[in-house]
Design a protein around this ligand. Sequence first.
Ligand code: TXA
Ligand code: MG
Length: 319
Amino acid sequence: MNTATTLQTRILPFSDENIAEAARLIAKGMVVAIPTETVYGLAGDAQNGEAVARIYEAKGRPGFNPLIVHVPDLAHAERLAVFDDRARALANAFWPGALTMVLPVRGDSGLSSLVTAGLDTVAIRVPAHRAMRALLTAADRPLAAPSANASGRISPTRADHVALSLTGRIPLIIDDNATGLGLESTIISFGPDDIHLLRPGPITAQALTAASHLPVTERRHDEAITAPGQLLSHYAPSKPVRLNVTSPAPDEYLIGFGAVAGDASLSVDGDLTQAAANLFDLLHRADAAPKPRIAIAPITDEGLGLAINDRLRRAAHQE
Ligand code: TXA
Ligand code: MG
């Protein structure tokens, strides 16, 4: 039997004392679920291979899927990855925040190779959330943190989402209410003359271009780099999902948006920011509802709607 399945999972509110407890667990090579401004992350010491292995183990994540490393600021990031002027400009524009940059990993980074899954690049970000920032300070080391859900399941925006998929597999969940953004960070890398958008997210292509004066190219279906939630079924609920539905079948739980009311609505006002924040929560709710199938209203395909529709297409993809 896998020992990770027998752990007792405590859920503790955000406080100095509980962050100190989380940092003690991190120092011992354990993993802790902690909110960021995007989704809850499952954090472990990025320089400790066993800790990183525990992250993969708890998530049941495919071993080839590399993890995002979180640091408190740009100076710490520059100890792990090689920054050029373009990367520095975007760091200054968007950090702390929901931008992850894939950059060449430094030879002396000390990062576990499990974090990068053997690539010569590392995905790195400076989070804005008070709980993750407090843990980075208390733990005083870079933290690898994928979304705190079992691999292939919906990303968690609340402590109870984490508890649903990881209870018994991790020792501690820090609860600091719902995350603000509700969508995972935007992931980019750099081409010779452009920015590659590996995963759309809260920082839009327009915002990236405005800050860098570089064009943005979508690279989601790029070769073996196996970037982001590129596995098509990555965000899948357990039920069949049908998209762009305005009149649901009787056995479908309809997630509404704007004028399409549904059983619950992402945003009755058709507000995309609100829809993003509610997205995973409503997918969880639909998955738990008695109706055997899920239908989702059409979502405006612009701005944040592009990232939402990207997640929804993955949710709808059946293996
Ligand atoms: O908002 C977020 O980014 C959340 C919070 C917790 O920070 N984290 C998150 O991590 O979404 P995760 O592990 O669920 O997604 C990271 C994605 C993975 O799909 C992985 O394939 C990609 O980043 N990635 C990591 N390192 C990479 C690299 N060196 N090259 C290309 N893609 C990489
Ligand atoms: Mg994830």
